[in-house]
Design a binder for this molecule. Structure first.
Ligand code: UDX
Length: 456
């Protein structure tokens, strides 16, 4: 590689899926790459770009936001062109609109002529379009490698038992696992998902690091036959000005609590708790007698509905917990709360971003997984030793007593000391690594660009 090849600006078009859990890692990766001389086009729907701007306030000059215009689809209003607050029944419609945008995507590639494409695995057609335009494509998978290798195992060997059975055993019969297995045995779904990565993309980036997922990264590499490069934790930096995001009251409350005495309770940005889960969680928090900050979300349009929160929570709950608990509606500054010294546990659905953020800030996890990859991530959390799962019964019902017992164990009881220590150890380990993985990613991307430039 000569000096020019190393120093030329690499222009990357990033094409994330619309969920906040997908956009956040793309944005963090974009930020890291711009500090190393890359220029980024971030391609997403205006609704998503607006939501990112509201949450981020400032963008580097080396990131240009490019609006993706979806075709009009009946029953899908433009304000739902983001999954943040999307009522669950509209998700298939949104996916359909997204898939129909492939033609516009191709024109946009021809116009911007980026050196590389980084795309989400939920757009398996994107690398095929890029290939037609001679643009190298890099798949960036924002799920855990454990989940990814579980999926590919069943794509490739639907009849064979997954070799790491401890990871999924508890949910094997649950609808979540059944859905994944059904998907794996449906050739159309399977081909769509593996076609992009196996035939059209050059390398795969994954959110995470080898220290916790080594064997799963090696296994998925052998299954797919592509190089899998971990990008590291990619944790969203807490916004510096606390007053700015309307959460200063929460922080003055948290400030008055004892060190590591409070749990943060959040279930991500996409899913909504059932009435039954809300009930059990509220009672579980009450029984635990531990301080809490709970962010409760309802589908878009419902968040502001008068009295909805009071109606949803058990009668008298807020009065009974009094100063011991705070409820936020809709959104919380998650990383800022996790970073706080007085936060001692995270009751989490185990979305992959939440798991990594918790490890990054050394907060032990009380795992309450719901759908998709979350049960598998919860298994990994236990395998690594940074949290304990609140196991549901055979009908997938959550029990308040079990939740309260796990919260107490993880936050204060002697029997939870090993988990607390492991969480603290993990955080130290991540800090000491710095941007080790990102340097590797930069090398890979630059050499991919140079390879392609020479070929042209
Ligand atoms: C989705 C899927 O649900 C999850 O299973 C998958 O692993 C990733 O995509 P989501 O449910 O949003 O993600 O959860 P998660 O991966 O934890 O991402 C949520 C992100 O939003 C985190 O970065 C978190 O810090 C942020 N967030 C969420 C907030 O800042 N405040 C909130 O109130 C909620």
């Amino acid at each position: 590689m000569d000096a020019d090849e190393n120093t030329a600006i690499t222009r990357v078009l990033m094409f994330p899926w619309l969920g906040y859990g997908h956009i956040t890692p793309y944005l963090e990766l974009a930020k890291k790459l711009t500090t190393r001389g890359f220029f980024i086009y971030l391609y997403s729907t205006p609704a998503t770009l607006r939501c990112m701007k509201q949450k981020r306030k400032t963008f580097s000059h080396s990131i240009k936001l490019v609006p993706l215009l979806l075709p009009n689809l009946r029953g899908l209003s433009r304000r739902f062109y983001t999954t943040n607050g999307l009522p669950p029944n509209l998700m298939p419609k949104l996916k359909e609109a997204f898939d129909l945008s492939a033609k516009g995507f191709s024109y946009m590639l021809a116009f911007l002529k980026p050196d590389l494409l980084i795309y989400d695995f939920l757009q398996p057609w994107a690398p095929m379009v890029a290939k037609e335009r001679n643009i190298p494509a890099v798949e960036f998978i924002t799920s855990s490698s454990t989940m990814t290798c579980f999926m590919f195992h069943y794509f490739k060997n639907p009849e064979e038992k997954f070799p790491y059975s401890e990871i999924y055993f508890r949910d094997y019969e649950s609808s979540n696992m059944r859905r994944l297995l059904d998907c794996a045995s449906n050739p159309k779904e399977r081909d769509m998902a593996s076609e992009g990565v196996e035939r059209s993309c050059n390398i795969v980036l994954i959110k995470g690091f080898r220290d916790i997922e080594d064997k799963y990264i090696d296994y998925v590499t052998s299954l797919v036959g592509k190089k899998f490069v971990p990008v590291g934790p990619l944790v969203q930096e807490p916004i510096a000005d606390e007053k700015d995001d309307g959460s200063s009251e929460i922080f003055s409350w948290l400030e008055k609590k004892e060190k590591k005495s409070t749990v943060f309770v959040s279930f991500g940005s996409e899913y909504f708790l059932t009435k039954e889960d809300i009930d059990e969680i509220a009672h579980g928090l009450e029984l635990s007698k531990i301080n809490f900050i709970w962010v409760v979300r309802f589908p878009k349009g419902e968040n502001g509905r008068n009295g909805l929160l009071q109606k949803t929570l058990p009668k008298g709950f807020l009065e009974r917990v009094g100063e011991r608990g705070k409820i936020l509606q809709g959104w919380a500054p998650q990383t800022k709360i996790l970073r706080h010294d007085n936060t001692g546990g995270f009751v989490s659905h185990c979305g992959w971003n939440s798991v990594i953020e918790s490890m990054n800030f050394g907060v032990p996890i009380i795992a309450v997984p719901m759908h998709l990859d979350q049960p598998i991530n919860a298994r990994l959390v236990e395998e690594v030793g940074v949290g304990i799962e609140v196991v549901r019964d055979r009908n997938r019902k959550l029990h308040r007593e079990t939740l309260a017992a796990v919260i107490k164990q993880v936050v204060m009881e002697d029997c939870g000391e090993a988990v607390r220590q492991k969480a603290a150890f993990m955080s130290e380990k991540l800090k000491s690594k710095g941007d080790q993985e990102i340097e590797e990613v930069v090398k890979e991307l630059v050499s991919l660009r140079n390879l392609e430039t020479r070929a042209k």
